[in-house]
Design a protein around this ligand. Structure first.
Ligand SMILES: Nc1nc2c(ncn2[C@@H]2O[C@H](COP(=O)(O)OP(=O)(O)OP(=O)(O)O)[C@@H](O)[C@H]2O)c(=O)[nH]1
Ligand SMILES: [Mg+2]
Length: 330
């Protein structure tokens, strides 16, 4: 791997992993190529990046000619982060989203009910998290739009059906299917060091229907036959067992913190609408979200929080903590 990758390169790499269109892929690959340190050790990566840019361009050209888009449906990111719900037919994916949100999704006692991915918003820790319901993945078929959705998600939930004997096999088939692609599930989200296109999305294992007879035995069997290092949350989507913990785990997996903003002359901050920024984010990350003009016009900020005295004056690079209040001065 090339040494000394710049923060700009790493940011571009993260955005590339999330790209939902070919045009976005090209934009971030070009940034990576621009930012990669140019020396012997990175030559292979540079040539891979060039190859990927030219392939993506060819694919766009091809799509224009045929009128067919490889990515198809695009679901814009919304809220503090995105979780995609995956699993075999009838595993309870739509039921889970129904129980975590107020979305009206079709649930039925047979497979292949969900035909197209659909978003819904889940409230958690004063913010909204986007959940995406998906059609089932089987040994024979995966809707190609799911690759882009998985790469764009902050976390995926792999729902396993403990209500029938086929559930474990379906889980294995799903993993095997993804092993053949460049979009994989893992304990943490990352891009592969060697293969620039190979993307891993952090995953929570969600064995469902623990309320049904035989489910506890199937859970043991799942651990034996399909040992995975993903954090596990056993639930019943219909009985709502384990859902509070799962909701919290989804929120935690997003790696964000909440910051409340206060107007300079107001006594209290706006407690209802926190901004979310990545863990380790700064005052400037908040300012950028409040208004793009704040970036140029920023003078200083005052922060009330856990690690500073109330009203401390800070600069743009001050690192925020979860729950801090910030007053921006422009
Ligand atoms: N007993 C029990 N039944 C459940 C649970 N979760 C879902 N179900 C039932 O399982 C069936 C399938 O649920 P869905 O949510 O439609 O499953 P799905 O994974 O979305 O299925 P597809 O859209 O076909 O991929 C329905 O009859 C649900 O009521 C659960 O925790 N316990
Ligand atoms: Mg469904």
């Amino acid at each position: 791997m090339a040494a000394n990758l710049t923060p700009q390169y790493l940011k571009a790499e993260q955005e590339y992993r999330r790209a939902a269109t070919k045009e976005e892929e090209i934009k971030w690959l070009q940034t990576m190529l621009r930012e990669i340190p140019k020396h012997k050790a990175s030559e292979k990566m540079q040539s891979e990046l060039k190859h990927k840019i030219s392939r993506a361009k060819k694919e766009i050209e091809q799509e224009r000619k045929t009128g067919k888009s490889g990515h198809g449906l695009r679901i814009p990111r919304q809220g503090a982060g995105t979780a995609v719900i995956l699993g075999g037919p009838n595993a309870g994916k739509s039921q889970l989203i129904k129980s975590l949100t107020r979305a009206q999704l079709e649930v039925a006692p047979y497979g292949f009910t969900t035909r197209v991915p659909a978003p819904a918003m889940m409230p958690s820790n004063d913010v909204q998290v986007q959940l995406i319901d998906t059609p089932p993945i089987t040994a024979d078929f995966i809707d190609p739009v799911l690759y882009g959705i998985m790469r764009g998600a902050d976390v995926s939930l792999m729902v396993v059906d403990l209500g029938c004997d086929e559930g474990i096999e379906q889980c294995q088939e799903l993993l095997e299917h993804l092993e053949e692609s460049k979009t994989r599930l893992a304990k943490d989200s990352r891009l592969d060091d060697q293969d620039v296109g190979l993307s891993f999305t952090q995953t929570l294992l969600v064995p469902n229907k623990i309320d049904l007879p035989g489910a506890a035995e199937r859970l043991e069997l799942l651990h034996e036959l399909c040992p995975l290092d993903f954090p596990e949350h056993v639930i019943s989507a219909t009985e709502c067992t384990g859902l509070d913990k799962l909701r919290e785990a989804i929120y935690r997996s997003l790696g964000v913190i909440r910051v409340y903003t206060k107007l300079p002359h107001a006594k209290e901050p706006d407690r209802n609408h926190p901004f979310t920024i990545p863990f380790g984010g700064t005052v400037m990350d908040v300012a950028m979200q409040v208004h793009k003009d704040f970036v140029d016009q920023f003078k200083f900020a005052r922060v009330w929080g856990n690690e500073v005295h109330d009203g401390t004056v800070v600069k743009a690079d001050h690192v925020m903590c979860d729950g801090d209040i910030v007053e921006l001065h422009v």
